[in-house]
Design a protein around this ligand. Structure first.
Ligand SMILES: NC(=O)c1ccc[n+]([C@@H]2O[C@H](COP(=O)([O-])OP(=O)(O)OC[C@H]3O[C@@H](n4cnc5c(N)ncnc54)[C@H](OP(=O)(O)O)[C@@H]3O)[C@@H](O)[C@H]2O)c1
Length: 236
């Protein structure tokens, strides 16, 4: 049965978000794709999938912006089946260590990368609760958010926001534990070529692996909450 999916941070053609949008559209689903500024790549895709791709403008650092986007979506659909919190940020200092890092950049990064996804969940939950197949929330995290496996002396912003996202995911998982029809987990998606470089995973190919994983995990409420793209538990 076709589903209705919300994916955040979808404007960059090389990015994971855009490639997830493509995969869900190719699968016959309806997609709400959010961006914070116009994306030519998405506009072109909308031409190919008229009626099934809705582009929402949403800055996840702003509660007002997220709530406005949810109101917009409510005019266009009566339900959501899946929310993929993909949008994230990293500051210009992300590769620097303490002496050179501007610490005032950490809080804004946490506001986007950790609080942002929860803003989205809070605003869109009424639609997700109307899913007939069991609503699923996937927060795209990173191995960089694992405290147990942390080996870097940089990523003061990015590592912190992903660790906070993991904590918020577990907290929401606890909050939703008695609701059999909503599941939530966070994911280390693997190292993808979403930027020019030598990462092993192609984002378009990998988006299909992730799409299949999400379906397999939709109702797996008792499984691990922080997982890899192979569905295996990852240390918090
Ligand atoms: N690439 C990897 O190897 C890798 C590894 C581990 C985890 N991840 C995670 O996988 C996800 C996708 O990775 P990626 O490299 O494709 O991501 P990305 O391009 O760096 O970021 C995704 C999107 O987030 C959007 N964004 C930034 N700030 C925002 C805000 N305030 N409101 C709304 N959207 C905002 C960006 O929009 P703009 O285009 O407007 O800037 C961008 O399109 C991320 O969560 C990342 O942390 C990636």
């Amino acid at each position: 049965m076709p589903q209705t999916v919300l994916i955040t941070g979808t404007g960059r053609a090389m990015g994971l978000g855009f490639n997830l949008v493509k995969r869900y559209l190719e699968n016959g689903d309806t997609v709400f794709a959010s961006v914070r500024r116009p994306s030519e790549a998405l506009e072109t895709l909308r031409g190919d999938y008229a009626g099934r791709l809705h582009i929402l403008t949403m800055d996840i650092s702003s509660t007002e912006s997220v709530n406005a986007a949810a109101r917009e979506a409510e005019k266009l659909t009566d339900r959501l089946d899946l929310i993929i919190n993909n949008a994230t940020t990293a500051s210009a200092d992300t590769n620097k260590e303490l002496p050179d890092f501007d610490l005032d950049l950490i809080a804004p990064a946490v506001n986007v990368g950790a609080v942002g996804p929860v803003r989205v969940v809070k605003a869109f939950l009424p639609l997700l609760k109307k899913s007939a197949i069991g609503g699923l929330i996937v927060n795209i995290s990173s191995e960089a958010g694992s405290i147990g496996k942390c080996y870097r002396a940089y990523y003061l912003d990015y590592g912190t926001e992903k660790a906070a996202l993991n904590m918020l995911t577990m907290t929401l998982h606890n909050w939703l534990k008695d609701d059999p029809d909503i599941n939530i987990f966070c994911l280390h998606p693997g190292w993808m070529r979403t930027w020019p470089g030598e990462a092993p995973l192609d984002p378009y190919e990998h988006a299909e692996t992730l799409r299949n994983l999400f379906e397999a995990k939709r109702r797996d409420k008792d499984g691990p909450v922080f997982i890899t793209y192979e569905g295996k538990p990852y240390p918090w």
